[in-house]
Design a protein around this ligand. Structure first.
Ligand SMILES: CNC(=O)c1cccc(C)c1Nc1nc(N2CCN(c3ccccc3Cl)CC2)nc(N2CSC[C@H]2C(=O)NC)n1
Length: 183
């Protein structure tokens, strides 16, 4: 289990490098580690045992690797439902996005930012995401609300952007009237 680097480490402010296919053994292991962290962190037992913070997304720069790769594991909304989105996204690109904004009602947390930064993080409520999976398969899909927010948060990491960069300094809880508030 790799260590999470914290805000202040320059790697979090770099433009990450494209990943080459076929994946090297090292990049295959990186993909596994990024997803394993989320799985373990979302299990209350293991979370406590390993003293981890729970997350639904983790980008390679957050473990000190400046490559365009991130894991996303959005838990099911109902008990036995299926995850709205789970994959390791490689060289992801948002190819279209809604004008309508969306934001988490409770603000955003980040495994690399220990301090709580209150405020709405305005993002696009809906996106069309293009990415490659670990097998080099190309995917293109539309996401909305929470999965869309999480993917935008993770893709930001690949461009050296942190969530609080988007928070309005003067009015952190400012919102335009048609912004979708996501619980
Ligand atoms: C400051 N207020 C807040 O943080 C905040 C406060 C309240 C609600 C929300 C919704 C907030 N916001 C927020 N909560 C999360 N989690 C909720 C709990 N969950 C989780 C926890 C335990 C087990 C399993 C799981 Cl699944 C893990 C994920 N995650 C993110 N983000 C921002 S996008 C990337 C994603 C991320 O993984 N961050 C580490 N934001």
């Amino acid at each position: 289990m790799k260590d999470i680097v914290r805000d202040g480490d320059p790697v979090l402010r770099q433009e990450a490098a494209d990943v080459q296919f076929p994946l090297s053994a090292e990049d295959q292991q990186l993909a596994k580690d990024l997803m394993e962290y989320l799985v373990v962190s979302q299990d209350p037992e293991q979370c406590k045992k390993y003293g981890l913070r729970a997350g639904v997304g983790l980008a390679a720069p957050q473990v000190g690797v400046s490559k365009k790769m991130a894991s996303v594991l959005v838990p099911p909304t109902e008990e036995d439902g299926e995850s709205p989105f789970t994959d390791v996204i490689i060289n992801p690109v948002i190819i279209s996005e809604s004008v309508q904004a969306g934001a988490l009602t409770e603000g955003e947390g980040c495994l690399s930012v220990d301090k709580d930064v209150p405020g709405f993080v305005p993002r696009h409520d809906r996106i069309t995401l293009r990415y490659y999976d670990v097998n080099g398969e190309k995917h293109q899909l539309r996401l909305k609300n929470y999965p869309a927010i999480v993917c935008q948060h993770e893709i930001d990491h690949l461009h050296g952007i942190l969530f609080y960069d988007h928070i309005n300094k003067d009015q952190p809880f400012t919102r335009d009237d048609d912004m979708v508030m996501i619980d």
